[in-house]
Design a binder for this molecule. Sequence first.
Ligand SMILES: [Zn+2]
Length: 304
Amino acid sequence: MNRVLFLFLDGVGLGADDPATNPFARARMPNLKEMLDGHRLLADLPAFSTERVSFVPTDACLSVAGMPQSASGQAAILTGINVPRRIGKHWGPKPNAEIKTLLQEDNLFKRLRNQGCSVRLANAYPPVFLQRIESGRRALSAIQLAVEAAGVNLCTEADLRDGRAFAADFTGEAWRSQLDFEDTPVLSPDEAGRGLVHAAHEHRLLFFDHWLTDVVGHRGSMDEAVALLERLDVALGGILSAWRTDGGLLFITSDHGNLEDKSTRRHTRNPVPLLILGKGHRQVAAQIADLGDITPALLAYLAR
Ligand SMILES: [Zn+2]
């Protein structure tokens, strides 16, 4: 059965081959490099397909001036609508009323759910986060809103403990060190990667939001960015080692650039990477040039 494991990397664009500004030009990422046929994830890498993988530099600007933002970019990914053009601007980080309406009307999760397919956001959210949402002190992101609009609950501490959902840092160390849990699971990034693949077997679409890439792009140092990317690469190694080519598509992309240019703490207008692995990757990749093409291409693939 066709299924998708969607690894979403918030705030990752294709930047210059410059170790002074771009952590992707510094970090050791052997698993990503192997996946990219020996290349690094940099701006000079043109679109290509091998037997195993397709890579497409993908437009996140969508013909709208200004810096691409998370809410409008994520909504474009999940609705197939050119959301920035529809609302006349890039907008974020949280959705405004117009973006909320678009996501509530129709989105990738909702469409699949209405077809009877199982969909899930694989991030585990701690009780303190869910309480802030509940009390209105915190707004949902575009991705979380899309999942809610599909009638699917966000994953909780219980799902983390069951191994059905995953911590934002893959390992769960931050639940111990920052959230003061004493007995929540701690995984290696490799185990988390493997776990994501196993969890993906239960769903037509399993989506993981790696939002730390955007946070470190805004606030982190170069060293923190390199460490984050090296941990991400180990998780990717876990995903790849557990992955079966006939098990569906592994789909990796982003909403806008940020982390790839540490000379600024703001987003960038760089294209974002799109990486697709699995049977049928070429056909899906051929349909995608910008963020708005992703949902139509995935729906067509999942309907096959
Ligand atoms: Zn951001």
